[in-house]
Write a protein that binds this ligand. Structure first.
Ligand code: G3I
Length: 364
């Protein structure tokens, strides 16, 4: 009695809510069934970056990540400032939580990142030591982190954003605001040595070089290709290339096609690693309206990226596509004060026009 009066309606209500929040369609026999998730559609891993705070406090966020994605990248918790608060102390609490949560859901975990010019803790930027001490700092961090996550994180962005837009190595001397302390203290070959330390620490994990802006900065594409060729010549390990793809909605398709094609030409796995598309085109305009026309333009870009990746990257090299953040209001873009809607899910974690276009691109 209680069962039919309370439990059945409750189960039905929950089912209806789930179906209505993900959308539904009629199948071949005319029955209404829920739409598939991205991970069911994509012929390669499809992922998202995950933040500790959102993951531990937001049920809708958890539901979308668990249901839709087959891969998770760790947004901030594995960076130096996330893992290594003091020289002799690591804190793996938040990163372990994300990694274990994803693994429990059967998702692949991509590590981000081992070396970056940004988001380093204060003690690193203040560190005093000769070149051997700096070398030891880099090496110890890489070894400790890779050994800690060994067998649980399948791939890592070993070095992130080493190049400037003109293709030269990011450098404190030429770029005081945005230079790399690693390049400054360790010399120009620090990138190669980081990959060597990573390989020595974990021979099984996949090692990626990750950067942004290659779709609009051909000099960066060239610099990366030159680096890969040089690594091959010198027997320096590298297993994959990450194209972040934080881009404005008016980004030309040619540039997108160019970087995907050229990176695929290396024979290495290619990861679109941090995708988001700014409706604002990188302009801070509080009056911007998310009109139908703008939504369609943005959705077309998402579809184009999925289709181009699927077509131009040979299957064994399709490491996957990862978007950066889940819902529009979680985005690092909106958090930076842009009036924008850069992602696949809205502020209520409902699928957007971008989602459906992206899904179509994955399918066709
Ligand atoms: O957690 C603190 C919070 O306690 C404090 O109140 C607040 C005040 O500023 O800051 C919070 O930390 C912020 C953190 O994100 C978590 O939201 C940091 O200030 C902020 O700098 C940090 O930004 C991250 C940024 O990388 C720098 O690490 C973004 O979330 C993250 O999305 C972004 O990701 C990068 C990739 O790693 C590399 N490629 C570009 C991409 C976008 O910038």
């Amino acid at each position: 009695m209680i069962y039919s009066r309370y439990v059945v309606p409750l189960v039905v209500a929950v089912a209806i809510t789930m179906i209505s929040s993900v959308g539904c369609h009629k199948n071949g026999s005319g029955a209404v069934v829920p739409d598939p998730f991205l991970k069911d559609i994509a012929p390669f891993p499809v992922g998202v970056s995950v933040g500790y705070k959102d993951l531990t406090s937001n049920v809708s966020y958890q539901t979308v990540v668990r249901n839709e994605m087959s891969s998770v990248s760790v947004e901030n918790a594995q960076k130096w400032a996330g893992l290594h608060p003091e020289q002799n102390r690591f804190d793996f609490t938040q990163a372990d939580y994300i990694v274990e949560w994803a693994r429990k859901n059967g998702q692949r975990v991509h590590g981000h990142n081992l070396l970056w010019h940004s988001y380093n803790p204060g003690w690193v930027t203040a560190f005093q030591g000769d070149s051997a001490a700096w070398e030891n700092l880099m090496k110890t961090h890489i070894q400790t982190v890779l050994q800690h996550f060994r067998g649980r994180v399948v791939s890592w962005d070993v070095v992130n954003e080493a190049f400037m837009d003109d293709g030269r190595l990011r450098n404190v001397e030429t770029n005081p605001k945005d230079g790399s302390i690693w390049r400054q203290k360790l010399g120009p070959d620090y990138v190669a040595r980081a990959f060597q330390y990573a390989r020595a620490a974990d021979p099984t994990v996949l090692l990626f070089y990750n950067d942004y802006g290659q779709e609009s900065k051909p000099a960066k594409v060239k610099a990366t290709l030159d680096m890969v060729a040089d690594f091959k010549k010198r027997n320096i390990p590298i297993d994959g290339l990450g194209i972040q793809m934080h881009m404005g909605v008016s980004q030309a398709n040619d540039g997108i096609r160019n970087v995907i094609q050229q990176f695929a030409g290396t024979g290495l796995p290619v990861h679109i690693s941090e995708l988001d598309i700014l409706a604002s085109d990188w302009k801070k305009d509080p009056t911007l309206q998310y009109t139908d026309a703008l939504q369609t333009k943005q959705a077309d870009k998402y579809r184009f990226i999925a289709q181009t990746y699927k077509t131009l990257v040979p299957k064994p090299q399709q490491f996957g596509i990862t978007t950066w953040n889940v819902g529009d209001t979680d985005s690092w873009i909106t958090k930076q004060g842009y009036t924008d809607w850069p992602l696949l899910f809205d502020q209520d974690y409902k699928r957007k026009k971008t989602y459906y276009a992206f899904a179509e691109g994955l399918k066709n």
